[in-house]
Design a protein around this ligand. Structure first.
Ligand SMILES: Cc1ncc(COP(=O)(O)O)c(C=O)c1O
Length: 295
């Protein structure tokens, strides 16, 4: 059994100061815990630098606004705290988790007076999926739950509440021996994995769903840019599950997952090929600009 996350060593930035890791606690009567009034980010640092830090920080602030609260720190302050935290933790390559949540001042659906708390933690998290399986292509199940209509949930926010169906779906997939699950959206279109966006390849072109009811991931946007730089056509459109048999390659991407080839989704089969391999490599070079330039 690995060390639980509340027992790691080091420091966590919490509400403006660095506190010992084990002391970064909240009370059980916290609005964020009971009513999911919480937003967060997932970032990765490579060689001591957080990839697209400002874009993540801006999304965190915007996610809070979508949930109706203002994070009481500026983007500059959050970025400075993140950079200082990495230094104090002594990490070059790390995963960073900023989170903002409503506190304990009111305990009901309404939480008008609750303090907005913010914390940032960083830890070493090498590969989201089993590294051996990863390049052969991971196996995805088809999730039972669907990404909700934007009229039903604030789908542009990276909000804790939206992950309830992701954890249920991922657990169900893992129970059947899969690494993760692909979710459809409320209309029955292909949407994304439980924590990453999805791409397909057909006749040398890349096809990926329009992000109109799920996160338009920062990695997704990066990968689209990298593909276009290679002269690969990228088509963002509605994709129906029946089309999956016509795609040769498939991969998912996200900050945690990076670019991960997919070999199976339920009964559909894919073979990680040249386009996927190229984008795995291009993304690795993109996030490590100094290392890539030095090689
Ligand atoms: C549900 C979901 N979709 C997509 C993404 C990809 O987003 P990003 O590339 O900004 O990390 C993530 C990861 O944060 C996610 O959790």
């Amino acid at each position: 059994m690995s060390v639980p996350f509340d027992q790691l060593d080091g420091e966590i930035w919490m509400n403006g100061s660095f506190v010992p890791w084990k002391d970064a606690k909240i009370h059980v009567l916290t609005h964020g815990l009971h009513y999911a009034s919480s937003v967060f980010e997932g970032e990765r640092a490579y060689g001591g630098e957080v990839f697209k830090l400002r874009e993540h920080t801006d999304r965190l602030i915007e996610s809070g606004r979508i949930l109706g609260f203002e994070i009481p720190y500026s983007a500059d302050e959050i970025d400075a705290a993140t950079t200082e935290l990495l230094k104090r933790q002594g990490f070059a390559d790390a995963y960073i988790r900023p989170i903002a949540w409503r506190g304990s001042e009111m305990m009901g659906v309404s939480a008008q007076k609750n303090r907005i708390n913010v914390a940032i933690a960083a830890w070493v998290w090498p590969s989201y999926f089993d590294p051996e399986q990863r390049m052969k292509g991971i196996r995805l199940d088809l999730a039972q739950y669907r990404r909700p209509d934007p009229m039903t949930a604030p789908s542009r926010a990276k909000a804790a509440g939206l992950y309830m169906i992701c954890t249920i779906s991922k657990h169900a997939a893992e129970a059947k021996g899969y690494a993760d699950a692909m979710m459809l959206d409320w209309r029955g279109r292909v949407a994304e994995a439980t924590g990453a966006n999805i791409f397909f390849v057909k006749d040398g072109a890349i096809h990926t769903p329009d992000p109109d009811c799920f996160l338009n991931g920062i990695t997704r946007q990066t990968v689209i840019g990298l593909a276009r730089r290679r002269g690969i056509e990228v088509i963002e459109r509605a994709i129906m599950p029946e089309e999956l048999s016509g795609f040769s390659e498939c991969f998912i991407c996200g900050t945690a997952a990076e670019v991960t080839p997919v070999a199976e989704i339920a009964d559909w089969r894919f073979t990680p090929g040249d386009i996927t391999r190229r984008l795995v490599e291009d993304y690795a070079a993109e996030v490590q600009p100094k290392r890539a330039a030095a090689e």
